[in-house]
Each structure stands twice: as C-alpha cells, then as structure tokens.
Design a binder for this molecule. Structure first.
Ligand SMILES: [Zn+2]
Length: 246
C-alpha cells in the first residue's frame, strides 16, 4: 500500500508541476505564431512570426529595420536612435551597401546590431533553391565584410518572413544562422501610412507581449517610419521595456 501511496503522491506532484509550467509557456510571446493585425503588411510580408523572441523574462523590445542601408532614410533613423540612446537591429540588403559604406559603418560604430537580410531581395531568385539562398546569404555577408572586416554576425531575416519556408529554414539553420521573424509590426511596408497609424499599429501589435520584435523598414520611401520612431520609442520606454538588439 505504501508503494501505491508513494506512486500517487509522485503522480500528483507531477500533475501539479505540469500545471505550474503550463502558464509559463502560454505567456511566452511568440512561442506560437501570432498573426499581425490584419491588413498591416504588404502581401508578401503577411506571414505570421515564426521564431521565438530570445528566451528571457525581461520585458524588452527589439527594434528591427529591414531593407537598408539607404541615403534618404537610414541616417535619419540613426539620428533618432542616437538622440534617444536606444540600440536597434538592421537587417541589410547587400547590394545597397556600395556607396553607403559610411552608413553601414555608422550602424556598427553606434552599437547597433547588423544582420543579413538578402543580397538582391528578389524572391524568385533567392527562394528558387537552397543553393540559391545560400549563395544570396553569402554574397550579403561578403558585402558587409567588405566594410566591416570583422563582421561575423549570425542573425538572419527572411525577406517576407520565414512562414511556409520549412526547407529553407533548415538551410539557414545549417549555415549556422538564427533567423528572426517578428511578433509586432508598424505596417510601414504598406504605402502611404501616416506616422500616427504606424504608432498605433506598433502599440496594438505589442499588446500583452513582454518580448517584442518590432518590424520596421529603412528602405527608400519610409518617411513615416522616421516620423513615428520617437513616439514609438517613448511608448516602449514608458511601458517599462528595455531596448535590446538581436
Ligand atoms: Zn525586406
């Protein structure tokens, strides 16, 4: 009988432990795909986030900018980040680095993280095969290293997100990269959004999330992103988020 009682006690303890842990998983933002607000991103970027934000209990936000460097937008984003003293992560397009070496250098010098986005950003080419994607990533890496010889970053963002690219996710992992999607977005990839709309999207898509990976862009034409950024930063700061890089 003692054995049965002991076994029952262990079973009860296990069940109790399971229920203690379950909420932890449930509360972990990004653990399951979360749909960005409807109509928030351009068609090819409608994929839900896939990668978990880095596992941490800290309330933190990762500001991420895709599609730079550009002459018209990136320096102004950097100005805002410098003024606000917050770091961000830039997923760059390799073929845009030429003639913008100083901008890339500035991103690194000012403490921001640099990740690989793509060399060409042409979906039909880069996603045609594992070899094509590997070559695109390597070309982007070389373009960064031409400016920053010690660059050895291992973070990657799929153009359009990793959703539905199971085999290519494996390819990226096999190359030693960690890929990051996003679990919040300003929706700035959709044309003609006002700064107020971008701010509202950032707030709405971040709600109830302790770790936020916010998708923004520093490609050509993202003037509203520059305009919205100070208010976006202020929101996270006032709500107790720490600013981190991936
Ligand atoms: Zn992109």
């Amino acid at each position: 009988m003692k054995k049965i009682a002991a076994a029952t006690a262990i079973l009860i303890a296990l069940v109790a432990a399971l229920f203690c842990f379950l909420p932890t998983f449930a509360e972990n933002p990004g653990h399951r795909a979360q749909k960005p607000a409807a109509d928030q991103q351009k068609a090819e970027e409608k994929s839900p986030p896939d990668t978990d934000p880095p596992r941490t209990d800290e309330k933190c936000v990762y500001l991420t900018f895709d599609d730079g460097p550009t002459d018209s937008v990136t320096p102004k984003i950097l100005d805002v980040l410098a003024r606000e003293k917050v770091p961000a992560t830039f997923f760059v397009i390799g073929q845009q680095i030429k003639n913008r070496e100083k901008i890339l250098q500035r991103e690194a010098d000012e403490g921001h993280a640099i990740g690989i986005h793509t060399y060409t950003h042409i979906y039909s080419q880069i996603y045609s095969s594992a070899e094509a994607l590997t070559s695109d990533i390597e070309k982007c890496r070389q373009a960064i290293r031409a400016v920053l010889p010690t660059f050895d970053g291992k973070i990657y963002r799929f153009p359009g997100g990793s959703y539905g690219k199971q085999d290519l996710r494996d390819t990226v992992r096999a190359l030693g990269y960690t890929y990051y999607d996003w679990n919040a977005a300003t929706g700035d990839a959709e044309a003609h959004r006002s700064a107020a709309e971008l701010f509202e999207n950032a707030v709405l898509s971040s709600k109830e999330k302790r770790q936020v990976i916010l998708l923004m862009h520093d490609g050509v034409g993202y003037a509203s992103t520059i305009e919205a950024l100070p208010q976006i930063i202020e929101y996270y700061r006032e709500n107790g988020y720490t600013f981190r890089t991936l």
